[in-house]
Structure formats: C-alpha cells, structure tokens
Design a protein around this ligand. Structure first.
Ligand code: NAD
Length: 351
C-alpha cells in the first residue's frame, strides 16, 4: 500500500516510517513541515530506499496537501503531525489550535475530496488514521483505566486541541462516510525522542551535570509505551482496524515520574558512572509543578489486543535500558538539538 504519513520527521512518525520501510513492502510519503520538533536525521537510515519519499509541507496548507495527495494517491493517510509538548501549549497555545485543530480539519477536507475521486472498491479500502493521545480522557485517580468509552475531559491546551481534532475526525466519518480510525496512545519513549520530553531530558541533563527537574513531588503516573511497539500497533490498526472504531494503545507500564527518573539514574550509574563515583540521583531537584498537571493516565488496551492481536513486546525495564543505551551512543544527535533549541530548558510556567 501507499501510506501518506504526516509528521514523519518527528519522534513517533519516524519510528513508524523506519518500521514500515524495514519490515513491510508499503511505500511511504513523509509529509512534514519540519518545525523545531522535526528533523530528517530521524529517517536518515531509510532515506535512500526507493519506497520512501519526503515532501516538506504544512498540514494547514490546503493547496499543498491536495497536490501531495493527488501526486501520491495513497491508500492510507496516517496523520501524526501536531504540536505535541504540553508545556509549550501553556506558554503558546495558538500554534496548537492552528496545527492540531485547523491542520486536522484541512487534512480531512483534502482527504475527503481525494477519496471522492476513488472507485467504490478503493473508497472502501481507504483509511484516514488519526493518531491521538490518552490525555483527551483527562486525569484518573488512584484506580481505574481509560477505555475507548471513557468520556473526554481534556485539561491542557494541548489535550484540548487533540480532543477537538479527534471529534472532527469522527464527524468526517459519520457525516461524510470517510473511513476514519482513531488511536489514543499513552506516553511513548525510545530513540529519537526530542530532548524536551521527560525521559530524554533527564538523560541529557544527567550527562551534562545539570539538575534533574522533577515537577511537584514527582508522583504523577504515566503508562509508558515503547515507540517501536507503538509503530507495530499503528500498522495493525490501519491494516485491519474497523472504520469509525477507536483503539487505545498502552504499554501496561504504569510508573510515577520520580520512579522513571530514579530508574534512569541507576541505569546511567551502571552504564556511565559519574567521575566522582556518586549517583546521578544526587542531581534530582524538585521544582514547581506544571499548572493543571494531570495526576494519572492509564490505558486499558484490551480492545486492540483482543481484536487485532497486538501486544507490546517491551516491558519498561527492557525499553528504558535500550533507550538510555541509544542516547549514550547518539550524543551528537541530542546535543546538537539542545544547543540549537535550548530544548532542555523549563517551559510552561506562563500560566
Ligand atoms: P513530535 O513533536 O516529535 O513530531 C511532530 C512532527 O510533526 C514533527 O516532525 C513536526 O515537524 C511535524 N509538524 C508539526 N506541525 C506540522 C505542520 N503544521 N505540518 C506538517 N508537519 C508538522 O511528536 P510525536 O511525539 O512524534 O507525536 C506524534 C503524534 O502522536 C502527535 O499527533 C501527538 O499528539 C501524538 N501522541 C504523542 C505521544 C507521545 O508520547 N509522544 C503520546 C500520545 C499521542
């Protein structure tokens, strides 16, 4: 199949592209604006493959999207392009409304116009797959899991913009008959994660001898999903998922943020001990909490497991060790990004 991937130079999109090029026969068009969060180094390993093409473009640009769809004639659109950092959404929500809501609307309108040109069999087989987050469901207490039927209750500008885009996607399915799929996943981690996000930020700052900021008391719980497991899940959904259906994707790895930080410190203590023989954990520093910080996210991923046979391969212990090892072997990649974008600085206190 020909797969049109938006946001393929980012963290998850690039993992999906590397997976599809290395493990399937699908052709991929990577349509990405290359914002601060996108870099083609993430897809360098597959860039010369004849089944891979890159096109720089903005999902808010109707003309560019329409032309790209016409030229590529995709069987599937996998829509990942988004502004993705909650802290940035607090300081500057406008870009989130623009890319996540207006951009998704633009993609839907162009996809629908393209879809109408297909014959009946092609129309039936076509999929518009929208990638979203568990953050749209709001915040859990100590008990319970998000299911696909949990009511939406977003609390940050980021999650509200993703919730808005999810509603638009379902509306295009119900109203115009576009065969849409929505997936809501938990926190991803793994190689090529932009170093403003918790796990790569902690690794990078630890190795740079800087304080390791933990928001509040670090008690917030996230369910960690290894990015390559997510890539396989996305493939299963766009190949075999039922249109208009939602699939939650989680890693069965609930951890408090402080546990995540301490785990990274102890792996670094083994892999690259500090020169003074002390633990990286001594760099931990508790800082002001994120405004409106959700307490707990946890996913019930039984639907995708029961219906599509997908299971995560990594536990948090195996995935985090691979991730730390990757950051140790790819220091130039993240050090360049931090130098260019001050990616490891605190954001999100404007509220
Ligand atoms: P990312 O920030 O690493 O990458 C986003 C990519 O989108 C970048 O390559 C960027 O250049 C591109 N992009 C941004 N605006 C664009 C525009 N207007 N037009 C075209 N391209 C544009 O994000 P990610 O972590 O890879 O997340 C991908 C998707 O998955 C997002 O929709 C995000 O909301 C969702 N998601 C991510 C996580 C996570 O843990 N990372 C969890 C749940 C859901």
């Amino acid at each position: 199949m020909r797969i049109f991937i938006t946001g393929g130079a980012g963290f998850i999109g690039s993992a999906l592209i590397r997976h599809l090029i290395e493990n399937t026969n699908h052709e991929v068009l990577n349509f990405d604006k290359l914002t601060y969060a996108g870099t083609l180094s993430t897809v360098e390993s597959v860039a010369d493959n004849p089944r891979y093409t890159f096109l720089q473009g903005d999902v808010c640009d109707d003309y560019a999207v329409t032309r790209a769809l016409g030229a590529h004639s995709p069987h599937v659109i996998t829509h990942l392009a988004a502004e993705s950092h909650v802290d940035r959404s607090i300081d500057g929500p406008q870009a989130f409304i623009q890319t996540n809501i207006v951009g998704t609307f633009t993609m839907l309108r162009a996809a629908h116009a393209y879809w109408r040109t297909l014959d009946d069999a092609e129309k039936q087989a076509f999929r518009f797959h929208h990638i979203s987050t568990d953050e749209v469901y709001g915040s859990l207490g100590a008990e319970g899991l998000f299911t696909e039927d949990t009511p939406y209750d977003p609390r940050s500008p980021y999650s509200a913009s993703k919730a808005g885009s999810d509603h638009l996607v379902r509306a295009w399915g119900h109203t115009y008959g576009l065969p849409v799929l929505v997936t809501n996943c938990s926190n991803n981690y793994g190689p090529f994660h932009f170093p403003e996000k918790l796990i790569p930020l902690i690794i990078a700052r630890a190795l740079s001898g800087k304080p390791l900021p933990v928001y509040g008391r670090g008690e917030q719980v996230r369910d960690w999903l290894y990015v390559d497991d997510h890539a396989r899940a996305l493939q299963a959904v766009f190949e075999r998922g039922v249109p208009l259906r939602t699939y939650n994707i989680g890693g069965n790895n609930e951890k408090q943020n402080i546990e995540v930080v301490r785990t990274i410190c102890s792996i670094l203590d083994r892999f690259r001990p500090r020169g003074d023989g002390r633990s990286y954990a001594e760099q931990i520093s508790f800082v002001a909490d994120r405004p409106g910080h959700d307490m707990r996210y946890a996913i019930d991923a039984s639907r995708i497991s029961d219906e599509l046979g997908w299971e995560p391969a990594e536990t948090f212990d195996t995935g985090i060790e691979k991730t730390v090892a990757w950051y140790l072997s790819n220091e130039t990649w993240w050090r360049d990004i931090i130098a260019k974008h001050e990616a490891d600085e605190r954001r999100g206190l404007a509220a």
